[in-house]
Design a protein around this ligand. Structure first.
Ligand code: NDP
Ligand code: ZN
Length: 374
């Protein structure tokens, strides 16, 4: 079968031949339909995040997938059912551990898990995968074409759940939300605040010039686009309002601290970005005081569990079709894999001296690879 693999830090994604996997007891064989590409994939391709399985020099990419059960292998799943795989699995050679037994692998520390397509385990960019059935979340056929968005939506389901939990000791009634970042995670989350979470006022911060499709999406959602070059995060309360919730999806480390200044009293900021090391000055005393005297909260969040994937399927059903169509700027077959990874191919000089694929314009929002049409 065909799969898409990379040598992290040393190449671009390539189509490779691999044997079709055989399901073990308790596992199903899944024919993959579509797999999304996000910022994490580029970090894996660059070798700055994640890593290959022990004994391998290449990693099959992909952690945002939707497929169809090909062989239920005696499990409770039905053949022909569309499913979305979760990402974390126990480390190689370990059957389970307390985090997996409790259904909370997303809370496992380093060393207690691998992540398919990211660290220590091959991903879902292959014609077939096998997976334990408790890591396969059913999705209705009518949503299957967008099923690869369930994983990123589940990331936000978890972050919001943890943010809410920090405010659960009092009668919290949030109305305003600010999303930092206009990447696919930021845009999906802006849509969730506006469409499914019922926030009255939603803002999304980016650094794009108008006209731009991401700004069009933000505004069509009824949200306000904030240009970080004109209004840096600490100035947002003066120019717009202070926020009940801030959701950071830029990976820009200063935003973690500036979020405290953008929050209203009793607000909470969820941090999702994964920055590199970066030393800079902050007024720690002022930020510490702000957190304490205004009952503010900061919470970091990574990955998501099966329950949050299930919530994400419901959320996906509540997002408007126009949004999904605008957000997914391209779905590409194996014959044009390079177009699914425009940022990776753009960095590699092509024969003749120019760089990359012609799909690498600044309007690409989210791409996916298609193995089997839906
Ligand atoms: P992208 O790289 O697609 O998006 C990041 C966005 O942030 C880009 O639109 C970028 O703008 C914008 N940005 C960066 N710096 C600034 C700035 N100073 N001012 C305004 N905008 C800025 O990534 P994703 O959307 O896929 O993911 C967002 C972040 O979340 C990443 O750091 C990623 O690693 C992380 N992540 C974390 C997960 C978790 O479980 N915690 C899961 C998935 C992702 P521009 O396009 O102009 O460069
Ligand atoms: Zn991801």
């Amino acid at each position: 079968m065909k799969a898409i693999a990379v040598t992290p830090g040393a190449g671009v994604p390539e189509v490779v031949e691999r044997p079709v996997p055989e399901p073990s007891p308790g596992e199903a064989l899944v024919r993959i339909c579509r797999v999304g590409v996000d910022g994490t994939d580029y970090e894996v391709i660059d070798g700055t995040h994640g890593g290959v399985p022990d004994g391998d020099d290449r990693l099959v990419l992909g952690h945002e997938a939707v497929g169809i059960v090909e062989d239920a292998n005696g499990t409770a799943l039905e053949e022909g059912q569309y499913v979305v795989p979760t990402v974390r699995r126990p480390p190689a050679g370990v059957e389970t551990n307390g985090y997996f037994e409790r259904g909370e692998p997303d809370m496992a520390p380093d060393g207690e898990y691998v992540e398919r397509g990211i660290v220590g385990a091959h991903g879902f960019m292959a014609e077939y995968i096998t997976s334990p059935v408790d890591c396969l979340v059913p999705i209705p056929a009518e949503l299957a074409q967008w099923g690869f968005l369930v994983e990123p939506i589940s990331i936000t389901e978890k972050a919001i759940e943890h943010a809410r939990a920090t405010r659960s000791a009092f009668d919290w009634r949030p109305e305003s939300a600010l999303v930092l970042g206009t990447g696919s995670l930021g845009l999906l989350t802006t849509a969730m605040f506006a469409e499914t979470l019922g926030y009255e006022r939603v803002y999304c911060l980016g650094r794009k010039d108008r006209p731009h499709p991401t700004i069009d999406i933000v505004e069509r959602l009824g949200a306000t686009y904030v240009d970080s070059r004109e209004t840096p995060v600490p100035e947002i309360p003066d120019v717009y309002e202070s926020m009940d919730v801030v959701y950071e999806a830029t990976g820009y480390a200063k935003h973690a601290f500036q979020s405290i200044e953008a929050l209203a009293p009793n607000g909470v900021a969820a941090l999702l970005g994964v920055p590199d090391d970066w030393s800079f000055e902050v007024d720690g005393g002022r930020l510490h005081r702000e957190l304490v005297l205004h009952n503010k909260s900061l919470v970091g969040s990574v990955n998501s569990n099966r329950r949050q994937f299930e919530a994400a399927v419901d959320t996906l059903a509540g997002l408007p079709d126009w949004l999904l169509e605008e957000l997914v700027s391209g779905v590409y077959g194996l014959e044009s894999v390079d177009r699914a990874f425009p940022e990776a191919t753009a960095r590699v000089p092509a024969a003749g001296g120019s760089t990359g694929s012609d799909s690498d314009d600044d309007t690409t929002i989210k791409t996916a690879v298609e193995f089997t049409s839906i």
